[in-house]
Design a protein around this ligand. Structure first.
Ligand code: UDP
Length: 328
């Protein structure tokens, strides 16, 4: 049985990846410090003998007694609100954390895939973004802690590949959505759905003409799975090229939820990228991958998930309940 370590296992993407690799017959070791991850995302896996969980912060030395075949490094805050709240941790997990996991991969002779991001392109000057574009990033802006940590992550990953011959992969992940996103993480989709469910107005930042391209989580997980098992070491964009303005997206959410919420305009956050759309030619050529789930299908599934949450969750501002969990 192949063994895989997944960092950020209790997060949105991490928890879906744990499930997928269990389904593929792997022994999965999940690791998370639970700063932004939620134990509820993975507690249904705790009864499986093929699943192990370590509560650990990867910015400290990472010790794993077992042999490992693969590592997926998905631990990181990933929303602008989180970067503002925990900027130093954001920098550390992308830099020190990645260094520890590369060292672990080398010691275990394991293949490692790191989760990079479309944020390495910053507020892009070319459109759509292909992997050979170097980006347009403000290093000292509020997003700089994430963007630059991820750029460093890519640099050190390629250095381990070139210098140590480590088997490495880099996924540049564009906006992804689906069940288990945190309702209060400030990202646009949970923000709008939460507002609709509470009967509040939908807050569109700026004039809403900025665009994003949203990928459903199952498609993303398939792309990660294929990239991990491929022979490619250069970065690969993974995302859905179906681009939409935030204002149009707000009306899609109004229609989906049937809420009578109006749109209200709020100031655009600093360095908010104006346009974002992945060029996925490389993923198509190298991995035979492209997204299959349309936004309307994906949004329905995601809305059902949020609708089924306990009413009080709609009003929670904090989410880290590991302490409560271990007391139970
Ligand atoms: N956004 C918005 N209203 C919200 C939250 C976000 O209009 O309540 C906008 C935000 O300014 C950005 C887009 O939606 O232009 C996507 O934001 P998100 O934080 O989800 O992701 P990112 O900016 O990292 O792509």
């Amino acid at each position: 049985m192949k063994r895989i370590l997944i960092t950020g296992a209790a997060g949105f993407l991490g928890s879906h990846l744990c499930e997928r690799f269990l389904k593929e017959g792997f022994h999965v070791i999940g690791m998370d410090n639970l700063i932004t991850g939620r134990i509820e995302n993975i507690e249904h896996l705790f009864r499986l003998k093929e699943f192990t969980f370590y509560h650990h912060d990867v910015t400290r030395f990472v010790y794993v007694p077992e042999e490992l075949d693969y590592i997926l490094h998905f631990a990181s805050p990933a929303s602008p609100i989180d970067y503002l709240k925990i900027p130093i941790q954001t920098l550390k997990v992308g830099s020190l954390g990645t260094h520890h996991l590369l060292g672990l991969a080398k010691a275990k002779k394991a293949c490692i895939l790191v989760a990079s991001t479309s944020e390495v392109y910053g507020d892009p000057l070319i459109h759509p973004q292909s992997e050979d574009y170097w980006g347009h990033v403000n290093p000292i802006g509020p997003r700089g802690v994430y963007d630059e940590a991820k750029r460093f992550q890519e640099a050190i990953t390629m250095a381990y590949h070139r210098y140590h011959g480590l088997d490495t992969k880099i996924a540049r992940i564009f906006n992804t959505y689906g069940p288990r996103m945190r309702l209060n993480d400030g990202r646009v989709l949970p923000a709008f759905i939460g507002q609709a469910l509470r009967g509040e107005d939908l807050t569109v930042f700026g004039d809403g003409k900025q665009t994003r391209s949203f990928c459903f989580v199952d498609d993303l997980v398939e792309g990660i799975y294929r990239l991990l098992l491929s022979d490619y070491h250069e970065p690969v964009n993974l995302g859905n090229p179906d681009e939409v303005s935030i204002l149009e997206f707000a009306s899609e959410i109004q229609e989906l939820t049937g809420a009578r919420s109006k749109v209200v305009f709020k100031p655009l956050p600093v360095d908010d990228p104006m346009q974002r759309q992945p060029d996925i030619s490389r993923a198509k050529d190298w991995l035979g991958w492209e997204p299959r789930v349309s936004r309307s299908e994906g949004l329905k599934v995601t809305y059902e998930y949020f609708k089924a949450l306990p009413q009080e969750d709609l009003y929670k501002t904090e989410h880290n309940n590991f302490e409560e969990y271990i007391k139970k």
